[in-house]
Write a protein that binds this ligand. Structure first.
Ligand code: NI
Length: 177
């Protein structure tokens, strides 16, 4: 079922979410189905449970060839539950991001370039990945939602924050959502 996505200003987006403790359950299956339907409907690259008003540590992300992100490398479709960051690179890089909870806007956000993360799938199976670039950016963006952090709160230069249809064309590439 397609759910309403909360927008910035809603206090539920600023809350810290709780870990999942009922893997492989009907409740979790229903949540994931709703998240996938909502993300697909909005053509997003990722979605966190708090964005549909569910304060659980669940994110989904991934896409193949998405016309909205022509420059971005594909990221495997992933369900990531109770994520942990095991290590970061010591370098950060800035790139443009958007967010379904901050519709119409884009901003440049510094993120760790490389990331080693772990978490659990729907069945409770643990997995780990070492990633970089856009994949690393998407994971950092989505996991921030679980701690009540929206991307504008990570920005260091508000001059690179604006409406997507006003920003120069080169600013619209390589987005996370
Ligand atoms: Ni977002």
């Amino acid at each position: 079922m397609i759910r309403e996505v909360l927008r910035m200003g809603d206090p539920r987006l600023l809350a810290r979410s709780e870990p999942v403790d009922d893997f492989d359950s009907p409740r979790l299956a229903a949540l994931l189905a709703d998240m996938q339907d909502t993300m697909d409907h909005l053509d997003g690259a990722g979605l966190a449970a708090p964005q549909i008003g569910v304060a659980l540590r669940v994110v989904i992300f991934g896409f193949g060839a998405n016309p909205r992100y022509p420059e971005a490398e594909p990221v495997p479709l992933t369900v990531l539950i109770n994520p942990e960051f095991l290590s970061f690179s010591d370098e950060q890089e800035e790139d443009w991001e958007g967010c379904l909870s901050v519709p119409g806007l884009r901003g440049r956000v510094p993120r760790w370039k490389r990331l080693h993360y772990a978490g659990y799938d729907f069945t409770g199976q643990r997995f780990e990945r070492e990633v970089e670039g856009f994949h690393a950016r998407v994971v950092q963006h989505e996991c921030d939602h679980l701690d009540g952090i929206l991307y504008p709160m990570r920005m260091t230069d508000m001059r690179s924050f604006g409406f997507q249809d006003v920003l120069p064309v080169t600013s619209r590439r390589n987005l996370s959502e």
